[in-house]
Design a protein around this ligand. Structure first.
Ligand code: ADP
Length: 537
């Protein structure tokens, strides 16, 4: 604080705001940022691969999540540090774009930063390091294409798709049943895939779960499972070839839009009003019956009186069907969503082969199952599991497997996993680094070294001696001249990932390299961190 005078000689006080701020500059800023990012990356490192560990995360409400999925771990970790947040977003963008490889991408970014730190201490300018990483990344991404292989994909021959989905699932809790789960995911995608356009509409795949039962009871339904039950317990529970009406109008008397109060002063007046209401209800139900529908699904609820009337009039109904579900049913059954009773006609009804209510063991939970829909495009994966944690993790894992299968339909090229692709790219990048004369050579070499961190982490997590294993596999790759040799995480007795059928999608791997490099470049460009003093982490 200091005292100064303006041009009229009046005193004023200058308060130095800077005092209130913490500031890190230059190398110190780089080092602090790298340290923060490395800490986050190291948390995920032990989760990589088929023998990777799971993390248990607790939220404020005491809800427990157990997961192996990188994006989920970071999302639930509630990271405050600004650089840590960048890694959370990194993993999220990998999840959004590719759907798998969310742990790998963060591990790679962490390794790149570690290498950058080493080079910074040598006195190399961060931008030269960034440039080196960029060159290294380009070489690796191009090289991946040369070592990738195309696989045959068709509806009739889903074997390769199943193998790739199995690789994705091998690290998850549900890996005991990974063949069954992979088949379910692949069949779900194949049922809705458009092979001509090489695309899959995710809206048509619904993943739903219910606690209870065993994981192996998880099933694929060619139709829709709704977490709803018939409105009245005495309504029929099984329909064959039902005609379904979808309504977004409520079963209740109309309410005036403006605020009016109505005074009922006599019993007669009340009775007239009551009769009017009854008449209105009956008309609504009659309109439904007249359209010839066997069951109505209503977006809104209705009270017990309406419910009773529906039962009396033999008009089975389901209430509180969500908007998204209503749309899904409309697509699948060919029904039109009707906003007014007057508009309900036979032409607007949807059809299906069957609609039935499922019940589960001794619980009161019930669900509705609509099967054999004419536009049989919509499928539902119905997950069962002993507790909420398992059901939720199974859903997340299936999501990964579905994404990977979709990626393969878009681009049928694969590369081999178990770190084999990374080792081969690392060899290639190192080879190319020799040809670079400028200072960037160091950055390129560092990129190659960072690539090795993936097989090292895989080996570490599988209880192998990491450096030794890497050296051995690298030698095997050079001797055999192929890119299939990777870490034998499951100790099957061969390092050949082609034989072990550990497949990963080419686009997923390329995306991993590019995203990790991008984030690291961004972190390296920050050389000044200004933050208020009272921020506490
Ligand atoms: P991510 O979230 O990045 O997909 P995962 O924990 O699923 O992380 O681990 C994926 C890594 O594990 C990939 O590098 C993959 O090649 C490797 N991997 C998966 N299954 C096997 C296996 N059976 N043998 C060796 N490596 C495997």
């Amino acid at each position: 604080m200091s005292l100064a005078f303006d041009e009229f000689g009046r005193p004023f006080i200058i308060i130095r705001e800077q005092h209130k701020q913490k500031r890190l500059k230059g190398l110190a800023a780089h080092k602090a940022n790298i340290l923060a990012a490395k800490t986050v990356a190291n948390i995920l490192r032990t989760s990589l691969g088929p023998k990777g560990m799971d993390k248990m995360l607790l939220n404020q409400d005491g809800e427990v999540t157990v997961t192996n999925d990188g994006a989920t771990i970071l999302e639930k970790m509630d990271i405050d540090h600004q650089i840590g947040k960048l890694l959370v977003q990194l993993s999220k963008s990998q999840d959004d774009e590719v759907g798998d490889g969310t742990t790998g991408v963060v591990v790679l970014a962490g390794a790149l930063l570690e290498e950058a730190e080493r080079l910074l201490s040598k006195g190399i300018h961060p931008l030269r390091i960034s440039k080196g990483f960029e060159i290294g990344c380009d070489i690796a991404v191009k090289h991946l294409e040369t070592i990738s292989e195309s696989i045959v994909i068709s509806k009739e021959n889903p074997a390769s798709l199943i193998k790739t989905a199995m690789t994705t699932l091998s690290s998850k809790i549900i890996n005991r049943h990974h063949r069954q789960m992979a088949e379910i995911a692949v069949n779900a995608v194949l049922a809705v895939a458009d092979f001509e356009r090489k695309d899959v509409n995710f809206d048509l795949i619904k993943v739903d779960g219910k606690i209870g039962g065993k994981l192996e009871e998880t099933m694929l339904v060619h139709g829709i499972v709704l977490d709803k039950e018939m409105a009245h317990p005495q309504m029929p529970k099984v329909f064959k070839n039902p005609k379904i009406a979808l309504l977004t109008c409520p079963f209740e008397p109309p309410k005036p839009k403006t605020k009016h109060t109505m005074e009922v002063t006599s019993v007669e007046a009340y009775n007239v009003l009551y009769e009017q209401e009854q008449k209105y209800f009956v008309e609504m139900v009659d309109k439904c019956l007249a359209s010839g529908c066997d069951v109505v699904m209503c977006q809104w609820g209705f009270d017990d009186e309406a419910n009773h009337l529906l039962l009396q009039k033999k008009m089975p109904a389901v209430r509180w069907v969500g908007g998204v579900e209503l749309e899904l049913i409309a697509i699948a059954t060919g029904a039109r969503i009707v906003p007014r009773f007057e508009e309900l006609t036979a032409a607007k009804l949807g059809t299906a082969k069957s609609l039935r209510e499922l019940d589960f063991g001794t619980t009161k939970d019930r669900m509705l199952l609509i099967e054999g829909t004419p536009n049989a495009k919509t499928v539902t994966i119905f997950v069962r599991g002993g507790n909420k944690m398992i059901v939720e993790e199974a859903k997340r894992s299936l999501h990964d497997a579905i994404c990977v299968t979709r990626n393969l339909i878009r681009d049928n090229r694969i590369c081999y996993g178990g770190g084999s692709a990374e080792i081969n790219c690392s060899l290639k990048v190192n080879e190319m680094a020799d040809k670079i004369e400028s200072l960037e050579q160091y950055g390129v070499r560092a990129f190659a070294a960072a690539l090795d961190s993936v097989p090292i982490a895989l080996a570490e997590n599988s209880g192998l001696s990491s450096i030794e294993t890497l050296a051995e596999v690298r030698k095997q790759q050079i001797e055999a001249g192929n890119a299939f040799m990777g870490i034998d995480c499951l100790q099957r007795g061969t390092n050949n990932m082609k034989e072990q059928m550990v497949f990963e999608t080419l686009i997923g791997k390329q995306q991993q390299f590019q995203l990790a490099t991008q984030v690291v470049k961004m972190i390296l460009k920050i050389d000044d961190v200004i933050e208020p003093n009272d921020m506490d982490y």
